[in-house]
Design a protein around this ligand. Structure first.
Ligand SMILES: *Cc1c(COP(=O)(O)O)cnc(C)c1O
Length: 440
C-alpha cells in the first residue's frame, strides 16, 4: 500500500483553488476512482510521492520521458541555458539547431516551426492545411486525440474519452460541422467520405499509431491507402506524431511504417520535459505561414531557449545526432533496440501473468508503447477498445499501484517505457501483475 497523508491534504487544498484540483483532467483519477497522489521528484524510471513512496512509472509524464526522468544531460542543458536568460523574444541559436535536428531525423520535414504544445501544433497544422488548399473540411478519426482545439475536440480520445465527453461543450456546431469523423482502420469509410465530399477535404489528421484510446496499430496497407487517396484528392495528410515522434523510431511512426506525410506535428519528446510543440513538412506548404504567406501563427515563448536546450539534449542523447548530422546510426539503434527489447520482455511477462490467472487480455504494443485491454477480442479501433472491461481495469490499476507500479489512470491511455527502465523493473512489474491478476 502506498501512503497518502500528504497527498490527501494537498488534494483537499487544490480542490478549493483549481477546478477539479488538477491542471489536466486525466490526472484527477476519475477514470479509476479514488484520489490522485502528488509527486515532488522523479528520477530514471521512478517517481517519488510527497509521502515518500517510490513507484515504477509507466506514464513517463505522458510520453516525454523516453530517457527516464531527470536525465543528467537534459538537466545540465537546461541549467546552462538558464544562466543566459529564460526568454528573449528574439531569434536564438538553439532554434536553428533544433530545426536542423528535426529535419535530419524526419526526412519528410523540409521546414519546421516551433510552438508551445501539441495542441498548438495540431491546431496550427490544420489552419495551415486549410489556408494552403483553400478548403474547410477536415477528416479525423474516432478516438484519436489531437489536443483541445475546437475543430479537433470532436469524438476525441484521451481525457475527453475517459470522462465520456469526446464532444466537448463549448464547441460551436458551426465549427464542428467541418470536422468529419471516421472509424480508424476502415478503408471503405475513407473511400465513401472522399466520394461524398469531392475536392472539399483540406486535410486528414491521424495518429499513425493511435495512443489516446489505449493503443492500437494500423492494419497492413491502411496507412498506404490513406497516403494514396489523399495524394489523389489534393488533401494534406497530417501525421500527428506528438506521441509517436522520436519514440517508435528516430523518425517516428512515419519511419517505422515507411509513409511520407505532407505535414507532421510533434511535441512531448522534443521538449525533453519542457512545454514544446512543433509542426513541419513540405516546403511549399510551410511557406504559406506568416511572415512569408497568408496563414497567421505566432507565439511569445515559441522557440524558448530553455525548452530548445532540453529538447536538443534529449534528441541528441536518443540518437547521438549532432548539429544536424545523424552520424552514429549504431547508437541510435541501441536506444531503440533497447526499448524494443524491454517492450517485448514486458509484453511476454504480462501475457503470461494474464494467462496463468485466466484473465482475458488483448495486449497491443508498438516498440515502447503498450496497452493491455481487458477483453478477449482483438482491438483495431475505438469500437473494439470500448469492449474492454473498465471495472476490471480499475481494480488492476489500484492493485498495481499498491504494489508500487504506476500505470496511466485510465484503460484508454497507452503505457510508455523509457531507456531508464531496467530488467529488474520489468521483473518487479510482471511479479506484481501476476499477483494482482490473481485477485481480479
Ligand atoms: C498529447 C497529444 C497531443 C496534445 O499535446 P499537448 O502538449 O498535451 O497539447 C496531441 N496529439 C497527440 C497524438 C497527443 O498524444
Amino acid at each position: 500500500m502506498i501512503s497518502r497523508t500528504k497527498s490527501e491534504a494537498l488534494f483537499a487544498e487544490a480542490l478549493q483553488h483549481i477546478p477539479g484540483g488538477v491542471n489536466s483532467p486525466v490526472r484527477a483519477f476519475r477514470g479509476v476512482g479514488g484520489q490522485p497522489f502528488f509527486v515532488n521528484a522523479a528520477k530514471g524510471s521512478r517517481v517519488t510521492t510527497v509521502d515518500g513512496d517510490e513507484l515504477i512509472d509507466y506514464v513517463g509524464t505522458w510520453g516525454p520521458a523516453i530517457l527516464g526522468h531527470a536525465h543528467p544531460k537534459i538537466i545540465n542543458a537546461v541549467k546552462a541555458a538558464a544562466d543566459h536568460g529564460t526568454s528573449f523574444g528574439i531569434p536564438n541559436p538553439f532554434e536553428v539547431t533544433m530545426a536542423k535536428l528535426i529535419k535530419q531525423l524526419v526526412p519528410s520535414v523540409a521546414k519546421v516551426r516551433m510552438c508551445n504544445s501539441g495542441t498548438e501544433a495540431c491546431m496550427s497544422a490544420i489552419r495551415l492545411a486549410r489556408g494552403f488548399t483553400r478548403r474547410d473540411k477536415i477528416i479525423k478519426f474516432d478516438g484519436c486525440y489531437h489536443g483541445h482545439a475546437d475543430c479537433l475536440l470532436v469524438k476525441a480520445g484521451s481525457g475527453a474519452l475517459t470522462f465520456g465527453n469526446p464532444d466537448s461543450a463549448g464547441v460551436p456546431a458551426d465549427t464542428a460541422k467541418h470536422t468529419l469523423v471516421l472509424p480508424y482502420n476502415d478503408v471503405d469509410a475513407l473511400k465513401a467520405c472522399f466520394a461524398a465530399n469531392p475536392g472539399e477535404i483540406a486535410a486528414v489528421i491521424i495518429e499513425p499509431v493511435p495512443g489516446n484510446a489505449g493503443l492500437y496499430l494500423p492494419r497492413p496497407g491502411y496507412l498506404e491507402f490513406l497516403r494514396q487517396i489523399t495524394a489523389e484528392q489534393g488533401t494534406v495528410l497530417i501525421f500527428d506524431e506528438v506521441m509517436t515522434g522520436f519514440r517508435l523510431a528516430p523518425g517516428g511512426a512515419q519511419e517505422r511504417f515507411g509513409i511520407r506525410p505532407d505535414l507532421s506535428t510533434f511535441g512531448k519528446i522534443i521538449g525533453g520535459g519542457l512545454p514544446v510543440g512543433a509542426f513541419g513538412g513540405r516546403g511549399d506548404i510551410m511557406d504559406c505561414l506568416a511572415p512569408l504567406g497568408p496563414v497567421y501563427q505566432a507565439g511569445t515563448l515559441s522557440g524558448n531557449p530553455l525548452a530548445m536546450a532540453a529538447g536538443i539534449a534529449a534528441l541528441e542523447e536518443l540518437t547521438n545526432a549532432e548539429c544536424g548530422m545523424r552520424n552514429a546510426e549504431s547508437k541510435a539503434a541501441n536506444a531503440y533496440t533497447r526499448l524494443e527489447h524491454l517492450g517485448a520482455t514486458l509484453e511476454a511477462g504480462l501475457r503470461d501473468a494474464a494467462k496463468s490467472a485466466g484473465i482475458p487480455v488483448t495486449f497491443n504494443r508498438c516498440g515502447s508503447m503498450f496497452c493491455g485491454y481487458f477483453t478477449s477480442e482483438p482491438v483495431w479501433n475505438l469500437a473494439d477498445a470500448m469492449k474492454a472491461d473498465r471495472e476490471r481495469f480499475k481494480k488492476y490499476f489500484h492493485g498495481m499501484l499498491a504494489e508500487g507500479v504506476y500505470l496511466a489512470p485510465s484503460q484508454f491511455e497507452a503505457g510508455f517505457l523509457s531507456t531508464a527502465h531496467s530488467e529488474a523493473d520489468i521483473e518487479q512489474t510482471v511479479r506484481a501483475a501476476a499477483k494482482v491478476m490473481g485477485t481480479l
